[in-house]
Design a protein around this ligand. Structure first.
Ligand SMILES: *Cc1c(COP(=O)(O)O)cnc(C)c1O
Length: 243
C-alpha cells in the first residue's frame, strides 16, 4: 500500500507500524507476512477505523462486546475482527450473532468459556471459530488467563472436546498494567513448546499473540505472530484500558 497525501493521522500511523513490524521481522530473520497486526480500535469512532480500513488494513481488535456489536455492522464485512477482551458466558451469543465476521477470539481462558463458545456456534450454525488460549504470564492472581501450568490441559480440552473451535495458538497480555516483560514473552514461548510437543504439531501451527504498542518489536523478535497495537495507531484512549 503506497502512502498517500490524503492519509489521515491514523492511516499514517498504521503505515509506520507496518514498517516497524517489517524491520523487526527482518532483524529476526522472519517473514513479515507471517506476522499479523491487529489494529486495536477500542474506544475509537467508526470513522477512524474506516480511515485505517481504507489503507487496505483488514484486521481489527476490540475488547468490549457491547462496543464490537455496535461497530461491526457499520463497517465492511470483509473486516477480520479479533475479540481480545475478557469474555463472559452471557455475552457469547450476542458476540457471535452480532459479529458474523468475527475471525478469532484470543481470550479463551477456561473450559467454561470454551464450552460456551462451542455450544453457541453449534446452535447458530456458524463456521468453526479460531481461538487462542490466553495465558497469565505475569503470575498476578488478579489477571485473566490460565496459569502456564494449566495451559496444556486447557488446550487439550479445546482440541478434544470443542469441535466448533479451531485451536490456533496462545495469547498473553503481560503485566496487570498492560505492559510486558521479556520474561512474559519467554513464558508464552515455553508454553508453546510444551503444547506442540504434547500435541505433536509443528511450532508454526501454534501462534503467539504477544506485544502491544510499547513492545511489539521486542515481541516479534521473541517469536510473536500476532501483535495487538492500539494507541500507536489510533492515539491515546479516552477511558482507562483496565476493565
Ligand atoms: C487495549 C489492548 C491492546 C492495545 O494496547 P496499546 O498499548 O494501546 O497498543 C492490546 N491487547 C489488549 C488485550 C488490549 O486490551
Amino acid at each position: 500500500m503506497a502512502a498517500s497525501a490524503m492519509d489521515g493521522v491514523a492511516a499514517t500511523a498504521l503505515r509506520s507500524v507496518l514498517q516497524r513490524v517489517k524491520q523487526a521481522a527482518e532483524r529476526s530473520s522472519r517473514a513479515s507476512d507471517r506476522i499479523r497486526v491487529v489494529a486495536v480500535s477500542k474506544t475509537k469512532p467508526v470513522s477512524l477505523l474506516r480511515e485505517v480500513y481504507d489503507t487496505g488494513h483488514r484486521c481489527f481488535g476490540e475488547n468490549y462486546v457491547q462496543e464490537i456489536v455496535e461497530k461491526a455492522p457499520q463497517l465492511p464485512e470483509d473486516i477480520e475482527w479479533h475479540f481480545i477482551g475478557n469474555l463472559q458466558s452471557n455475552k457469547v451469543k450476542p458476540l457471535l450473532t452480532g459479529v458474523p465476521n468475527l475471525a478469532m477470539v484470543e481470550t479463551v481462558d477456561d473450559e467454561k468459556i470454551a464450552n460456551n463458545l462451542d455450544r453457541v456456534i453449534g446452535n447458530i450454525g456458524r463456521k468453526p471459530l479460531k481461538v487462542l488460549v490466553q495465558v497469565n504470564t505475569s503470575g498476578e492472581t488478579s489477571k485473566f488467563g490460565v496459569d502456564p501450568d494449566g495451559c496444556l490441559a486447557l488446550v487439550k480440552h479445546v482440541t478434544s472436546n470443542c469441535p466448533n473451535l479451531e485451536f490456533c495458538g496462545l495469547m498473553t497480555i503481560g503485566m496487570p498494567d498492560y505492559t510486558s516483560t521479556p520474561e512474559n514473552f519467554k513464558t508464552l514461548a515455553n508454553c508453546r513448546t510444551e503444547v506442540c510437543n504434547a500435541l505433536e504439531i509443528p511450532e508454526e501451527q501454534c501462534e503467539l499473540s504477544m506485544g502491544m504498542s510499547g513492545d511489539f518489536e521486542l515481541a516479534i523478535e521473541m517469536g510473536s505472530t500476532n501483535v495487538r497495537v492500539g494507541s500507536t495507531i489510533f492515539g491515546a484512549r479516552e477511558y482507562p484500558k483496565k476493565q
